[in-house]
Design a protein around this ligand. Structure first.
Ligand SMILES: Nc1ncnc2c1ncn2[C@@H]1O[C@H](COP(=O)(O)OP(=O)(O)O)[C@@H](O)[C@H]1O
Ligand SMILES: [Mg+2]
Length: 236
């Protein structure tokens, strides 16, 4: 479980997060929704230790993460798939996956085979350069690269960005399946509220750095005011 309490992050005069508190339960998907600039990426970067908060705490089970080095947070089992995916274009699929396994103790060959079984298209393209992959394939690679280190927590930053609706829907199903089969704790950041709410267990909505709503995914999806004012979508 990830527990965030009273988290505030400033960038100079910009208050990117204001007193944010929530729990992301083990084995469930917590969607973090909100418009551009709401603070979603900052939240994930703060959990990963890439950004230092002004105040507040973050716990992974009983371990306090604030102040810990990013690599140690990763070693504890926090996998982060950044906005824009962060795969290295000049490397092949397999070389990218090897990088993901670098700092962990997992058996590399077993790890590769596991990811190829999970995402068969990556196995087919293992020797292809990433520059040749489609957007959906890159997102799968970015996820596989995080998963090869066997994380307990997976932070996903806008995985659906730029993907066609059908590809997004497949990806969301893959995320749900992962969560169920690996009992992963997933924090899913999305502007695409509709897709995220279909697979999430609970959701929180950020607006200008503050939590304006938190609850079961279905109650957030059913709240017309939230949809109209903060999510900008018609959720069906
Ligand atoms: N490294 C940074 N330096 C200065 N301002 C930043 C930085 N990162 C984010 N911000 C600001 O913090 C706010 C939240 O940004 P961000 O977390 O990227 O939002 P989101 O991911 O929801 O679009 C925005 O106003 C953004 O301009
Ligand atoms: Mg963002």
């Amino acid at each position: 479980m990830i527990r965030v309490e009273g988290l505030s992050v400033n960038f100079g005069a910009v208050k990117a997060l204001r007193n944010v508190s929530f729990e992301a339960p083990t084995g469930q998907i917590t969607a973090v929704l909100g418009a551009n600039g709401a603070g979603k990426t900052t939240l994930l970067r703060t959990i990963s230790g890439l950004v230092s908060p002004q105040s507040g705490t973050i716990h992974l089970d009983d371990v306090a993460l604030v102040g810990m080095a990013t690599e140690n947070i990763a070693r504890l089992g926090v996998g982060h798939v950044p906005e824009g995916r962060g795969v290295i274009e000049e490397l092949t699929v397999e070389q990218n996956l090897r990088l993901g396994a670098l700092s962990s103790k997992v058996n590399l060959n077993e790890g590769l085979e596991e990811q190829y079984a999970r995402f068969p298209v990556l196995g087919e393209r293992r020797r292809k350069y990433c520059a040749t992959l489609s957007g959906g394939e890159r997102q799968m690679l970015a996820m596989a690269r995080a998963l090869i280190a066997k994380p307990r927590v997976l932070l996903l930053d806008e995985p659906s960005l730029g993907l066609a609706p059908q590809v997004t829907s497949q990806l969301m199903k893959a995320i749900r399946k992962l969560c169920e089969t690996q009992s992963l704790t997933v924090i899913l950041v999305e502007q695409n509220a509709k897709s995220a709410l279909r697979i999430a267990h609970q959701a929180l909505v950020l607006h200008l750095g503050s939590v304006v709503a938190i609850g079961d995914a279905s109650s957030v999806a059913d709240d017309e005011d939230l949809r109209r004012y903060y999510l900008g979508v018609v959720v069906t």
